[in-house]
Design a protein around this ligand. Sequence first.
Ligand SMILES: NC(=O)c1ccc[n+]([C@@H]2O[C@H](COP(=O)([O-])OP(=O)(O)OC[C@H]3O[C@@H](n4cnc5c(N)ncnc54)[C@H](OP(=O)(O)O)[C@@H]3O)[C@@H](O)[C@H]2O)c1
Length: 347
Amino acid sequence: MKYRRLGKTGLKVSEIGYGTWQLANDPNMWVGADLSESLRSLHKYVELGGNFIDTAWVYGYDEASPDRHPSEELIGKFLKESGKRDDIVIATKVAPKNWKWPAWQGIPVDEVYPEERIVGCVEDSLRSLGVDYLDLVQFHVWQDEFAEHDGWKQTIARLTKEGKVKNWGISVNDYQPSNCLKTLDTGLIATVQFIFNIFHQKPTEKLLPYAKQNDIGLIARVPLDEGGLTGTFTRETVFENGDLRKRFFAGKRFDELLARTDELKKLLGSEAETLAELDLRYILSFDEISSAIPGMRKTRNVVANAGLSDGRKLSGELLKRLQEHVWERNFYSDVDPSMKSTSYLGV
Ligand SMILES: NC(=O)c1ccc[n+]([C@@H]2O[C@H](COP(=O)([O-])OP(=O)(O)OC[C@H]3O[C@@H](n4cnc5c(N)ncnc54)[C@H](OP(=O)(O)O)[C@@H]3O)[C@@H](O)[C@H]2O)c1
């Protein structure tokens, strides 16, 4: 496994990180996780040199058990079993108090991140993970206009001083990679997490150059387009009820996905043998990226993805050809307008 610098945090993280949204299931988003397989996958990941785990207060949250944080708790179990807490960089997220993904323009910051929300989530995460400090805490939605307000700045300064949180990051709204640049100018934020894959190349326009110049750690989320870029879906694929992919690839989008992945498969060969490999190598071909964090519950996916971290980058020629495969989808205007203010995909 190769390691990269996580921007000004100074931490060294494995370039294949571990996404855990689905690790312990998530109501109406992810179904089908076998928790013992998930636990084995975490052990395998660390055995293969992985050291960067991304989770969130909200992953697995169920209104029926509001004090439970299933993804963090399973990671906590793993940390206890492995005894490797200090070797692993743990990133989690503070959930917006108003439960709205994404944060829409004009929303008052006090409705999203009042002091008690930030502190409450951090305390819960420390407890669920069974740790006494968090390496990175990310805001789970963001609007750059929050940069003008001082409340959250004072709260994060206090939590940092208390030693509970080492570094702070922003997980930007879906498909809005630059909706954080004014906030980054404050110098208080060390990392940005954002969607990045062959279909969504917009981050290369502004965010990557900014990060390079300002030593911001970059975390590439949804690297496999929720599975769309693994090349494993076929016309026979049926998503279960409660699987977010049923909505993500609804209607015409599924046929379009298959047509697009058929085209991408024509580029497979000596540089990448599978679509997942092509896509993850695409992401890691950018030096600005600190880590790509595929969501994984299966040991075989951990082994396949970790095996790609060998320092081999795609050729300039292939990277250029991949520019023709951009597919920007805006779910928030594409779906029923009543979905606009609710969580559609964003957690
Ligand atoms: N707003 C936010 O902050 C936000 C939003 C979304 C995601 N995230 C973070 O980013 C992480 C990654 O995003 P994601 O999990 O939504 O999507 P993703 O990584 O694009 O796709 C995850 C899916 O790909 C499958 N997969 C992984 N490696 C594979 C391989 N080599 N071959 C075939 N299939 C493979 C996984 O299967 P199995 O699960 O069966 O192993 C999983 O179903 C999340 O887990 C979470 O940590 C953050």
